[in-house]
Design a protein around this ligand. Sequence first.
Ligand code: CTP
Ligand code: CA
Length: 224
Amino acid sequence: LALVEPVRDLAGRRIVVTAGGTREPLDPVRFIGNRSSGKQGIALALAAATRGAEVTLIGANLEVDAPAHVTVIPVGTTLELAAATETAARDADIVIMAAAVADYRPERVADSKIKKETQGDRLELTLVRNPDILATLASARPAGQVVVGFAAETETDRDALLAQGRAKLERKGCDFLVVNSVGWSTGFATEGNAVILLGRGGDIVGEASGTKLTVADRILDVLV
Ligand code: CTP
Ligand code: CA
């Protein structure tokens, strides 16, 4: 009897994956959010756990169930994600920022439901910048830790997409950037994905397309 064992090439490695999309509350019943389902990050967590890694999944408003054998830390806002990720990253070998992070949050959160009666015909919101979690992690990473970012761009031209990716990699200071093109009907909340992996210096170090699990394994192959 021959059993096919999964490759355990991440055995003993501690991996932190962030997934989902952060939501910034406006009042007790409303938020500003994005269309990330968390599927690509969850696929990364599952693939890494299957390959033997000790995985912490920091899930921002996940729309699908987290895999078994993964420690899940649920978060809501970007500030919560920042705090949880910075703590979990301290003793991690690899940190993968797959979450879609709200760049801005409302300056004030109303204590009670915002009412049309008091607002009238216009409602103006003031938003303030959230901290850049990836850039902060990359600049403070312990020796040997690998920090991976994601960049979902609406650019469809490959060369322009790569140029945006390279500029983002440089700005973030991370080791790898997973670049993909998203639109109204591609990338976010879909089953499949197509990505280009950039390494430090902006070289293409991998490309993958297919299910989010196939893409996850290909990304891990490069990291290994
Ligand atoms: N990211 C982060 N903290 C933020 C914003 C983004 O850690 N406040 C991370 C994301 O998780 C992702 C990477 O940075 O891994 C790139 O996110 P992206 O939104 O593409 O980058 P931004 O710098 O926010 O640029 P843009 O203005 O294009 O949104
Ligand atoms: Ca952003």
